[in-house]
Design a protein. Structure first.
Ligand code: SAH
Ligand code: SF4
Length: 417
């Protein structure tokens, strides 16, 4: 979501005649687009911000702006903490960035923006093949650990006509894939529902449609049916479980039990053949006993995700969980996170091995990060595949015979067209 917000800011600035600088040293304007989801992200930002102080000392005309969730969370206090910051722009106000940075005075744009969903911003995208498309903003869920509702505000959905116009234009420009973005895409609610929106987008003909993130509580049968039936909607669902323990899920205010979650997983698997399912998991939530932790491990074994993102619980000021006193030590959180990741690595490898000997369609994205002589693409189920690169261009679809599975990727041989 932040990457796409940066693309939007780049789009606005480009329209104002700005061009991207090669390095902070050569820039007249430096924008930090920050994330506040965990303390580590915030710390990284502050250490980077500290370095720009020197740049400002050398060239006083350099302007420094802080955008994103840390900006929204810290508000004007940030001017006190870092007096060399010129502008503060919260995530609901990035459309105003051009006016802000054009001014001379220190400004903070932090108001709730109820017009967010009807404010259109032309993004300058990093890829010519895959595009992020915002469909809704904010979150009403108030999971007890999470800062997002406090920084991104209440849920608002973009009108379907604006989303469809954006995707139609992307398709005309040759984009092959869109990922619909929202903190909780399946609570999309405008003139139509999320499954109806998927059906309309599918009819546009763009080759691949993905969406993140779905909340388990709001995952309806109608949505599962849409994923099963629509030819362009990819067979991948990211469905964060967070914990396998009933007690912890309740303290997290997630709105489902492990059993209810499992019913959805079974339903997805029975209706969408070869679907891949991924999730987020939090280790060491306040009050998590070793038994609760074991229940999360048991859930991972029972569900067999294709992959997970797992994090140590990080207390966020202003959230309910930050007030809970039965904190888990950092050492214990690290141990639990390590166990979660180790178990999942084995499961992911097993899942990937099951694909050896199969043929998978990949969308070629470009040279592989790890070996520039190879090309990298993704399957419809979002698995990374590397292939020998001769003769295939970015944005093409290639059928690949999978030869070898690794922990985080697959490799194979392209089949002749
Ligand atoms: N809206 C999405 C995800 C939002 S944040 C959802 O509900 O699934 C992405 C992930 O960050 C969350 O799924 C959660 O696993 C993690 N996360 C959020 N707040 C956190 C915190 N305080 N500490 C650790 N992980 C956190
Ligand atoms: Fe945060 Fe929960 Fe909203 Fe996701 S659903 S953004 S975890 S409050």
């Amino acid at each position: 979501m932040n990457v796409h917000d940066s693309e939007k800011m780049l789009g606005i600035l480009h329209g104002q005649g700005y061009a991207r600088a090669e390095s902070p040293e050569g820039a007249d304007l430096i924008i930090f687009n920050t994330c506040a989801i965990r303390e580590k992200a915030e710390q990284k930002f502050y250490s980077q911000l500290g370095r720009t102080k020197m740049l400002k000392r050398r060239r006083n005309e350099v302007k420094i702006a802080v955008a994103g969730c840390v900006a929204q969370e810290t508000k004007e206090r940030l001017f006190g903490r870092a007096p060399y910051v010129d502008f503060i722009v919260g995530p609901q106000n990035i459309h105003l960035i051009a006016e802000t940075i054009g001014g001379e005075r220190r400004t903070a744009l932090l108001d709730d923006n109820r017009e967010l969903a009807s404010t259109e911003v032309a993004a300058r995208r990093g890829s010519e093949i895959k595009a992020w498309v915002s469909i809704m903003f904010g979150c009403n869920n108030f999971c007890s650990y999470c800062i997002v509702p406090l920084t991104r505000g209440r849920e608002v959905s973009r009108p379907s006509s604006a989303i469809i116009a954006e995707i139609r234009s992307l398709s005309e420009k040759g984009y092959k894939e869109v990922t619909l973005l929202g903190q909780n895409v399946n609570s999309y609610c405008s003139d139509i529902t999320f499954p109806q929106l998927l059906r309309r987008i599918d009819a546009l003909g763009i080759e691949r449609i993905r969406f993140v993130t779905s909340h388990p509580r709001d995952l309806s049968d109608e949505l599962i049916r849409a994923v099963a039936e629509l030819p362009h909607v990819c067979e991948h669902i990211h469905l964060p479980i967070q914990s396998g323990s009933r007690e912890i899920l309740s303290r997290m205010n997630r709105g489902y039990t492990y059993e209810e979650y499992m019913v959805k997983i079974e339903k997805i698997r029975s209706e969408v053949p070869h679907v891949s399912i991924t999730a987020d998991v939090i280790a060491g939530f306040p009050g998590e006993t070793s038994r609760d932790h074991e229940e999360t491990l048991r859930a991972l074994r029972a569900i067999g995700y294709d992959g997970i993102f797992a994090f140590k619980y990080s207390p966020r000021k202003g959230t309910k969980a930050a007030e809970m006193d039965d904190r888990i030590s950092d050492e214990e959180k690290s141990l639990r996170l390590g166990e979660i990741l180790k178990l999942q690595e084995e499961i992911t490898l097993r899942k990937n091995r099951a694909l050896e000997g199969t043929v998978q369609e990949i969308l070629v994205e470009g040279p592989s990060d790890t070996d520039g002589t190879l090309l990298m693409g993704r399957t419809r189920t979002n698995k990374i595949v590397t292939v020998a690169g001769d003769g295939y261009v970015q944005g093409s679809f290639v059928q690949v015979f999978i030869e070898q599975a690794r922990h985080h990727s697959l490799s194979g041989k392209p089949l002749p067209c």
